[in-house]
Design a protein around this ligand. Structure first.
Ligand SMILES: [Zn+2]
Length: 398
């Protein structure tokens, strides 16, 4: 069983800070295993790393029991208000994941305090169902060099809609965050996929030069073969949210990136068949008992669209978003917009996506669009909810 800090490696040379996280979900042990292997090799070979790599294990208690979580999903409730509440309650609070979250915060805060440049976070997961490896990131430009270096499909729009994920929180502080789904949780290849992704990311982040990793080509080939024939970038179009007890069961035989047609029955629940609302690619069908997302539908994103969105953002054309018909700045929330779907034309959603606004929530008759902390806003001071932890003081002693 891993420890909270799996290991740490630095040669003392200046460079990026990289944090590898595995096992935020306890039934996904492959990430922590891969992290341990990579750090052991960095150490054993005395590799000429720039900067520092830290490996962290997520839900230790759940990893020990091979369960996704014991009382609640550890990859939720990473919002300012939740963290404030957690720290205010202190260690008297009993839920096992509260303790895990406090310990993770204690490990992360010294790194966040010391950061002068965005830290690169790589969060390693695996899936309950069979499927190829893929990556997810919030749609901000600073995430692209790491995510696009991995020769596996990249999914846009998941990080924004999962409220309270650890990576989302860190991205909103201005850091770089990429999640890697390495494959099926028990499949031995999944550990190797994660190892390959870590080596590629270390080179992409500038910690190592390609010649420092003699088997870099093998790592790339391993992932490329596992993702053969799949699109390089897709975006989420639909999320099927399930309520506990609604009897949701996926139809057998579906896996990530399988094409589904509009109206196709993809699952069943208490109210009958669940049909795909549009044609697209199946993503992360839920074949296990825990988690609140039934499945996602995605569609391909063209490389031209990616280049265009980068150009428009660098030109800061997002400043023109409030000029769109039916769109107004949110009265309270900075960098959020309210759209009237009766006035705003269909293409407005695509325009919002160009600028990274992928979090959409209904509010009365309107739609509210939000995005993760954009690239032009640099790392700010530590947010108030974790300022009390600075200096690495463990929450247990607070
Ligand atoms: Zn996971």
């Amino acid at each position: 069983m891993p420890e909270r800090v799996i290991s740490r490696y630095t040669t003392g040379r200046g460079g990026p800070t990289v944090v590898l996280i595995g096992g935020l979900h306890g039934n996904e042990p492959a990430g922590a295993q891969a992290i341990a292997r990579v750090l052991a090799r960095l150490e054993a070979d005395g590799m000429p790393l720039r900067g520092e790599v830290t490996g962290l294990a997520g839900n230790l208690a759940a990893l020990a029991e091979d369960r996704r979580f014991l009382s609640r999903d550890l990859n939720r409730r990473w919002m300012a208000g939740d963290i404030e509440e957690l720290l205010a309650a202190g260690s008297g609070r009993e839920a096992p994941e509260d303790r895990e979250q406090r310990e993770l915060l204690a490990a992360l805060v010294p790194l966040l305090v010391a950061a002068r440049e965005p830290i690169v976070f790589l969060d390693l997961h695996s899936t309950s169902g069979d499927g190829p490896p893929f990556a997810c990131m919030a749609d901000v430009l600073r995430n692209r060099p790491i995510a696009l270096a991995l020769p596996i499909p990249l999914i846009l729009g998941i990080e924004e809609i999962l409220d309270g994920s650890l990576l989302g929180y860190l991205c909103d502080l201005g850091h770089v965050g990429v999640a890697v789904e390495g494959g099926q949780s028990q499949d031995p290849r999944t550990v190797r996929h994660h190892e390959a992704a870590i080596w590629i990311a270390l080179v992409a982040a500038g910690c190592l030069d390609a010649p420092d990793v003699p088997d870099l080509g093998d790592h790339r080939a391993l992932l490329a073969v596992a993702a053969k024939g799949l699109p390089s970038v897709v975006e989420i179009r639909h999320r099927h949210h399930i309520q506990e007890g609604d009897g949701f069961v996926m139809e057998p035989g579906l896996r990530s990136f399988v094409p589904v047609g509009k109206g196709q029955v993809v699952a069943r629940d208490g109210s009958g068949p669940v049909r795909a609302p549009e044609k697209g690619l199946m993503l992360m069908p839920r074949y296990q008992g825990q988690g609140e997302d039934g499945y996602f539908l995605a569609r391909r994103v063209s490389p031209l669209w990616l280049r265009l969105s980068a150009l428009l953002r660098r030109l800061r054309l997002d400043r023109a978003v409030p000029l769109l018909p039916g769109v107004q700045p949110h009265p309270q929330q900075p960098d959020q917009f309210v759209a009237n779907p009766r006035i705003a034309v269909f293409q407005v959603v695509n325009v919002f996506h160009l600028f990274g606004y992928r979090h959409v929530r209904p509010h009365r008759e309107r739609l509210v669009f939000a995005r993760r902390r954009p690239d032009f806003r640099r790392l700010g001071p530590l947010p108030p909810e974790i300022r009390s932890l600075r200096g690495g003081t463990g929450p247990e002693s607070a």
